[in-house]
Design a protein around this ligand. Structure first.
Ligand code: ZN
Length: 256
């Protein structure tokens, strides 16, 4: 019993070091050259409803999103949530949406060694190119938002930028190894806070990266009600905050 408790304490310390500390330790710093705020809408995993409802909704506003694909989830389901299939991936690319990397097997990256990360990363890249053709992910999103310092160093060598889930607006000195994000998940997001977030992004010429999973009339705690997503997209437009996929926003932030 005591051994179990000790192991629990060690685990908790390791979790703290791996998950709480990295957002505060920049690994790939770049000074933002944004002269106006931008927003990106991103979808992790991604459920079929994100490809269907989320993508269409962005397109209605003349925008496209970034879909972080974990190839191992293709064609699968978790409870009532169906994940994307190959046709969804092909269709998103055809319609101009960005495909990012989210590991193949949706792993806790801090818990894997470099050889395992190499294998998983190349497997996901091969999956994407086999399905969608000449598509190379330029950005990465950490599954579960978890990133150790070692993982940040690893993924920032392989991708132009990486997104975590630590909350905030990216402005001033950006950490491209773990960009901050704003959750639109139904269990977290408060639509009443949106106006304040947008105001802050405007004041800082910041890069807002929203993230969610499924998009429907009845979302999971990790997803977003379609009307709430529509409201966020509309609010960005009303606030004159340009909506860009991550790759384009990154280029804007780096090269102005
Ligand atoms: Zn995920």
């Amino acid at each position: 019993m005591r051994a179990i408790k000790r192991r629990g304490a060690v685990e908790r310390i390791r979790d703290f070091i791996d998950y709480r500390v990295p957002p505060h330790i920049p690994v790939k710093r770049v000074k933002s050259r944004l002269t106006a705020p931008v927003a990106s809408f991103t979808f992790d995993d991604f459920p079929a409803s994100a490809a269907h409802n989320g993508a269409v909704l962005l397109e209605e506003y003349g925008a496209v999103g970034t879909f972080y694909v974990a190839g191992g989830l293709c064609g699968g389901a978790d409870g009532d949530t169906s994940y994307f299939d190959k046709a969804d991936l092909v269709d998103l690319v055809r319609r101009g949406h960005e495909i990012g990397d989210h590991t193949f097997a949706h792993i806790h990256v801090p818990r894997h060694d470099r050889a395992a990360l190499d294998e998983d990363r190349t497997r996901n890249a091969r999956f994407v190119s086999d399905v969608a053709g000449d598509v190379i992910a330029t950005s990465f999103a950490y599954p579960f938002g978890h990133a150790s310092i070692t993982a940040k160093r690893y993924y920032s060598r392989h991708f132009a930028c990486c997104r975590g889930t630590a909350p905030g607006i990216n402005s001033g000195s950006l950490d491209l190894a773990q960009l901050k994000a704003v959750s639109l998940e139904s269990s977290v997001f408060d639509p009443k806070a949106l106006a304040h977030i947008l105001e802050k992004a405007k004041a800082e010429n910041g890069w807002l990266i929203f993230y969610t999973h499924d998009v429907s009339g009845n979302p999971t705690p990790f997803g977003t009600e379609a009307g709430v997503l529509a409201g966020a997209v509309r609010a960005c437009r009303d606030a004159d905050i340009e909506i860009l996929p991550v790759r384009n926003a990154l280029a804007r932030a780096c090269f102005a």
